[in-house]
Ligand binder design. Structure first.
Ligand SMILES: NC(=O)c1ccc[n+]([C@@H]2O[C@H](COP(=O)([O-])OP(=O)(O)OC[C@H]3O[C@@H](n4cnc5c(N)ncnc54)[C@H](OP(=O)(O)O)[C@@H]3O)[C@@H](O)[C@H]2O)c1
Length: 428
């Protein structure tokens, strides 16, 4: 039998489910793959904690480094999360010549280039299918299946918590704070939801997607991000009337200005495939000249789907160990120019609260014009001496759009720039 000894860093939601699957489905996995996958050591913080799986007590350790260096461990699975100590432990495992499977987007987004180089130097695999999109196969398609495609753009709903909140707001008119509370009650959102709702979690995933799609390392500091905490049910309703759905997207593009990655809420046309992705589901939409478009959708989190992705990587790495060859990295990064976000053409939906008197519209149009932003459409609703103006602009460099918003916000006739959200549509 082809026996592979597995050491786990972490046995929480993902690690615990993985161990349960490795134990209960051992025979089925062996029958399908010819592999005898054995859990040998499990590093945790508290070995006394009640667990959802059963392994002999002596397998637990609180000394992760000793687990990595244990000669019975052939392959390391990192499911402890966070940047440290996970980062140094993964690096040590790779330097020791052991392949690593990780689900840790935070670590890969922060140190992926360094860790992939360390894996290449040792000739072992570093696999991270579960780091983006949980149970959705997306890392392998991007870095292997589509390696020959000249990908132009990747757009993804890569955070289930925010998609759940936006869906509740859109379908039931729920206020943001109430929808967030519901997400917390259902366990979709952490007690401190900041990383999800302000876009940092999605930014880590967008950095990974951009790096793999364009074969150039895109560090987190090149991924500007904003979240959904300013999105209101009012704007979701207005956007719907204008033909759009509001989503939080990670966008990675190969533009004439260079590679760009960013995360922000967008108005998407109702007929865009990502507009119909509801609840906590994740989806990634890939565009390229030969494939045209591809949509990957499914569960972006949860112990079971994520453990399936990790298990697939474990089987892949185990096969390579048994093949005995030096492993080439799945992806190599070449330097490429990264775009300044200010230069990227964007279009905006802007909601203004204005005084309802003659000449106001002309002043506002002039302010946009001065900033070289042209207006595509205007919709107005009056209430006594106040009016709401909904403006959708044409495409213009992001810096000009932001400049226009500042100028418009300073006009005496404008009481408030109540909302400003980018629009993603094929039109100019
Ligand atoms: N949960 C998901 O749905 C999901 C989806 C996709 C990706 N991921 C990624 O998967 C990874 C794990 O997530 P999770 O939800 O399974 O986390 P979790 O439930 O919090 O589990 C973390 C595990 O790591 C152990 N641990 C943490 N710090 C440690 C340390 N310094 N030394 C030894 N052990 C340590 C914990 O030990 P104790 O058990 O003793 O506390 C626990 O077993 C993260 O990178 C996450 O981003 C998770």
């Amino acid at each position: 039998m082809n026996t592979i000894g597995i050491g786990l860093l972490g046995a929480g939601t993902v690690g615990g489910t993985l161990i349960h699957r490795l134990v209960t489905e051992h025979a089925a996995i062996a029958a399908k793959t010819g592999l005898d996958l054995q859990v040998r050591r499990v590093a945790v913080r508290d070995p006394a904690k009640p667990r959802s799986f059963e392994i002999p007590e002596g397998m637990f350790t609180t000394d992760p480094m000793s687990m990595i260096e244990d000669p019975d461990v052939d392959l390391v699975v990192e499911v402890m999360g966070g940047q440290e100590p996970a980062g140094d432990l993964v690096l040590r495992a790779l330097e020791t010549g052991k392949p690593v499977v990780t689900a840790n987007k935070e670590l890969i987004a922060a140190r992926g280039d360094e860790l992939i180089a360390a894996a290449e130097k040792s000739g072992v695999a570093l696999l991270f299918e579960a780091a983006v999109g949980g149970g959705i196969p997306i890392i392998r398609p991007l870095s292997e299946t589509l390696a020959g495609e000249r990908i132009t753009r990747v757009m993804g709903i890569v955070n289930g918590t925010t998609n759940y909140i936006l869906t509740r707001m859109a379908e039931e008119g729920t206020a943001y704070a109430d929808a967030l509370g519901q997400a917390q009650d259902l366990g979709y959102a952490e007690p401190d939801p900041t990383a999800d709702v302000e876009g940092a979690d999605a930014a880590a995933k967008a950095a990974i997607l951009a790096s793999l799609a364009f074969g150039t390392w895109v560090g987190l500091d090149h991924v500007p991000h904003s979240g959904i905490s300013q999105v209101t049910a009012t704007d979701i309703r207005y956007a719907r009337d204008l033909g759009y759905t509001i989503k939080l997207l990670g966008i990675a593009e190969d533009t004439p200005q260079g590679v760009s990655a960013r995360v922000h809420p967008v108005l998407l046309p109702h007929d865009h495939p990502l507009s119909s992705i509801r609840g906590a589901t994740n989806a990634i939409f890939i565009e390229g000249p030969a494939i045209d478009t591809l949509l990957f959708a499914g569960p972006g989190a949860g112990g079971d789907p994520t453990a399936t992705a990790v298990l697939g990587d474990v089987i892949d790495a185990a096969r390579e160990i048994l093949a005995g060859a030096q492993v080439a990295p799945r992806i190599r990064f070449a330097p490429s120019s990264l775009a300044d976000f200010g230069a990227i053409p964007t279009k905006w939906y802007v909601r203004l609260e204005v005084e309802d008197r003659p000449g106001v519209l002309a002043q506002i149009a002039a302010a946009f014009g001065e900033a070289s932003v042209s207006i595509k459409s205007v919709w107005q609703e009056g209430t006594d001496d106040e009016a709401t103006l909904l403006i959708v602009t044409h495409r213009a460099p992001e810096a000009d759009q932001e400049n226009a918003l500042r100028t418009v916000g300073n006009l005496d006739c404008v009481n408030a720039v109540a909302a400003a959200i980018r629009v993603e549509s094929e039109e100019a």
